[in-house]
Design a protein around this ligand. Structure first.
Ligand code: KG4
Length: 336
């Protein structure tokens, strides 16, 4: 089954063709990141317009690179939320028109379910159940992946997403947008104990997280140093900050897998590329006797292949949509 998949929930327009869920025939991505860098974050209206400009060409490029014609496409999958509403709408409306034109099923895919699926593409042997730490620019969730389309949220952030936090601190340091990757590079070789950032606990909800206090602590440290004319060590700050994020995420993920009684842990989303989090999870999983599944770095960020993969499993579960399909800024991963 060849699925043509579209992703447009934030600042990447993506089109991919995935065969039978796990074989990626092509994965085409047009990133707008450069466009938003000058504003220090994604400008929703610009994102929507750029998706409109890119999506038709990307669909054609995907078919060309997969060496397929339109009649070889058996279904169309699309991210229908969560995300920037105007941006998601572009993908949803385009996918609807393609599915209608080709007379094939339309498969709605939850964006974060797609991120989880990036692990199936990287690890052909991986099957549910497992616990997945989902960490991106807009989401921080610890999910019990009971089946390919059966998810239960075990914990999540009460305020900011982990990626949002990396981006904010990077922006205040003036090292660009999106800031997670440059902050990660800056942290290499830094002293992670130099700046004592808080590791926040949510009372009575041991698997929940809160990043706003950490974000404020980092921003205040930078501003106070600026006001006093003090020089901060940027590698030490980046390393201390990354350690604090990781030491909030990793123990909760391990506690979740212990409670579920599983031996498999996966990570998903843009922040899954973070070297500190990957390293700490490797150590924690080795200690707990769990197998860790890390998505390929190329599949951590938004892409169409993960939507095509998850779309296959949604289709197998009977999840298809009609032309009334809408886009959603917020969408519960447990509902689909
Ligand atoms: O999954 P993604 O591409 O988009 C969303 O669905 O949100 O994630 C983007 C986020 C950004 O916040 C970016 O700064 C962060 O992932 N990110 C990282 C790293 N690479 C990307 N954060 C920390 N360390 C990294 N190496």
């Amino acid at each position: 089954m060849n699925i043509l998949a579209f992703e447009s929930s934030c600042d990447e327009t993506a089109a991919a063709v995935v065969r039978d869920g796990r074989t990626v025939l092509c994965d085409c991505i047009a990133s707008q990141a450069d466009m938003h860098t000058i504003y220090g974050g994604v400008v929703p209206e610009i994102a929507s317009r750029k998706h409109v400009e890119a999506i038709v060409g990307l669909a054609e490029e995907a078919l060309r690179r997969a060496a397929l014609t339109r009649t070889d496409i058996d279904a169309v999958a699309v991210t229908y939320g969560p995300g920037l509403i105007g941006a998601v709408l572009v993908g949803v409306n385009f996918a609807k028109s393609v599915a209608y034109g080709l007379n094939v099923p339309l498969i709605p895919v939850h964006h974060v379910r797609g991120h989880i699926s990036a692990n199936y593409l990287t690890h052909p042997d991986l099957e549910p159940p497992f616990v997945c730490l989902c960490v991106s620019g807009g989401t921080t969730l610890i999910v019990d992946v009971r089946g390919y389309t059966d998810m239960r949220v075990l914990g999540g952030t009460r305020d900011d997403a982990a990626g949002e936090c990396f981006d904010k601190v990077a922006r205040v340091l003036g090292i660009g947008y999106p800031g997670g990757a440059p902050l990660d590079r800056l942290a290499q070789g830094g002293d992670d104990t130099r700046y004592p950032f808080p590791r926040v606990r949510v009372h009575d909800a041991p698997l929940d997280l809160s990043f706003s206090g950490l974000k404020t602590a980092a921003v205040n440290l930078i501003h106070n140093a600026g006001q006093k004319g003090e020089t901060l060590s940027l590698p030490d700050l980046a390393a201390s900050f990354s350690a604090a994020v990781s030491e909030m995420l990793v123990p909760r993920t391990m506690e979740a897998v212990r409670l579920c009684g599983y031996r498999k842990v996966a990570v998903a989303g843009g922040v899954a590329a973070n070297s500190r989090i990957r390293g700490d999870l490797e150590l924690a999983c080795a200690r707990a006797g769990c197998t860790l599944y890390l998505p390929a770095l190329s599949l951590c960020g938004d892409n169409g292949a993960m939507i095509g993969c998850q779309g296959y499993y949604e289709y197998q579960s009977g999840h298809t949509a009609g032309m009334e399909l809408n886009a959603y800024a917020n969408l519960d991963i447990q509902g689909g």
